[in-house]
Design a protein around this ligand. Structure first.
Ligand code: CS2
Ligand code: MG
Length: 403
């Protein structure tokens, strides 16, 4: 028995907002969990402080599954990003505590390593094809074996995934949501040209990925997937919004380009049909948004029945705590696919010291007991929270669209 003595939420903004839960036990062991929902941070803070933490005090920190079920079923109002992120933060912190008590890196408790490390992909972006490919060449020179390419679209002022100041892509901005303008027609003309040039310049020994970011209709996505077939992408991500999972049937009928989806999903129910009908090839659910490591393992085991592999979300608005959880989880599952690795800022890495290391295109979680990540609370306090919003997206005629 390792009784939970206290728990608190730490809100900090080292370059961008992060919400972290810290749970401490009576024998002085603590665990950390990521509770960040980009653009809705305070909703999770309130959910944790008002509705979750009072129910944790006095419980046995070892009872991870029971606490998960208690928080999931006990809420009555199940599912949703805020609820499942709060549960995720508790789950990650409890796994951190359990592994620390065992004196083992978490992956050893999850079944041990299935491979030498987690294959990761970097993000290369540019205003035009030339700039995008030169960014990609930098990552290849650093040893990356996989790179996501996002490029400006001729005729559009901005597009998803492309930074204007060559800083790392961070979509949340303070002040009210920025309004982006989108044209699917211009985008659909541009992407095949990007990947034709990429294969010409970068060759075939590098995995190439692309994120459409929920912006197409099924037939438009089918056309893009078909147009991209000659360039053998590792995956085409978020081709269409996935509330209606059967939308992917149409894409599947027309193309063999592998499909990835799931970063916005928060329970196994959001992806059950996509997996059992083999409408996708990679499931992108992340520990922080999909109920933690406990649910991530259930999703991965279900996906394995249908030869669907993992491809966890790993953008900079998921903290190094989630990255660490993803690496322990990824190392331990047989149907691991790839892990997104978008470098956090130096100030973020100082607030969240961690033991994961990049080597030769792979990320390894390290051998420290637990998750191998911590939060420097004093330093965290020096970066006060600032309300921030993700952008919104409209078509050129003003129609509200998916960002
Ligand atoms: C993106 C994210 O990393 C990805 O694949 O979809 O950058 C996403 O836009 C952000 O996580 C939203 O907060
Ligand atoms: Mg994405």
């Amino acid at each position: 028995m390792s009784k939970i003595l206290s728990a608190r939420v730490i809100l900090s903004s080292p370059g961008r907002n992060f919400t972290t839960l810290k749970i401490e036990t009576e024998d002085g062991i603590y665990g950390v969990g990521d509770a960040t929902v980009n653009g809705r941070e305070l909703a999770v803070v309130a959910y944790l402080e008002e509705h979750v933490i009072p129910c944790l005090i006095g419980r046995d920190a070892h009872q991870i599954e029971d606490i998960w079920q208690y928080l999931y079923k006990g809420a009555y109002w199940r599912r949703g990003p805020i609820t499942m992120c709060a549960i995720a933060a508790v789950d990650m912190a409890l796994w951190d505590i359990k592994a620390k008590i065992a004196g083992l890196p978490l992956y050893q408790l999850l079944g041990g390593a299935c491979r030498r490390g987690n294959l990761v992909y970097a993000h290369a972006n540019g205003e035009d094809i030339e700039e995008t490919l030169s960014e990609a060449e930098k990552y290849i020179a650093m040893g990356y074996r996989a790179v996501r390419l996002q490029c400006g679209v001729p005729g559009l002022k901005s597009t998803y995934g492309v930074t204007s100041d060559k800083a790392r892509y961070e979509p949340a901005g303070t002040g009210l949501p920025a309004e982006n303008i989108w044209s699917t027609e211009k985008y659909l003309r541009a992407v095949p040209q990007l990947f034709a040039a990429a294969r010409e310049t970068l060759g075939w020994d590098i995995h190439l990925l692309h994120d459409t970011h929920h912006r197409l209709t099924p037939i438009q996505a089918a056309r893009l997937a078909k147009d991209l077939e000659p360039y053998r992408l590792f995956w085409l991500e978020d081709a269409v919004p996935a509330e209606n999972q059967e939308n992917f049937r149409l894409i599947r009928q027309h193309s063999t380009t592998p499909l990835a989806v799931g970063e916005v999903f928060n329970t196994i129910w959001d992806c059950k049909q996509l997996i059992e009908e083999q409408l996708i090839d990679y499931i992108r659910t992340a520990a922080v948004h999909a109920g933690g490591i406990t649910q991530l393992r259930k999703i991965a085991n279900f996906a394995a029945l249908y030869n669907v592999r993992t491809g966890c979300h790993g953008a900079t608005d998921l903290s190094p705590v989630t990255m660490a959880a993803a690496l322990h989880f990824g190392l331990s599952v047989s149907n691991f696919g790839i892990q997104e690795f978008m470098h956090h800022t130096e100030e973020t890495n100082r607030v969240f010291p961690h033991s994961y290391v990049f080597e030769d295109g792979y990320l390894h979680p390290g051998e420290k007991p637990g998750l191998g990540v911590d939060i420097d609370e004093d330093l965290a306090r020096s970066f006060p929270y600032q309300r921030a919003y993700l952008p919104i997206n409209r078509l050129e005629d003003g129609t509200m669209h998916d960002w």
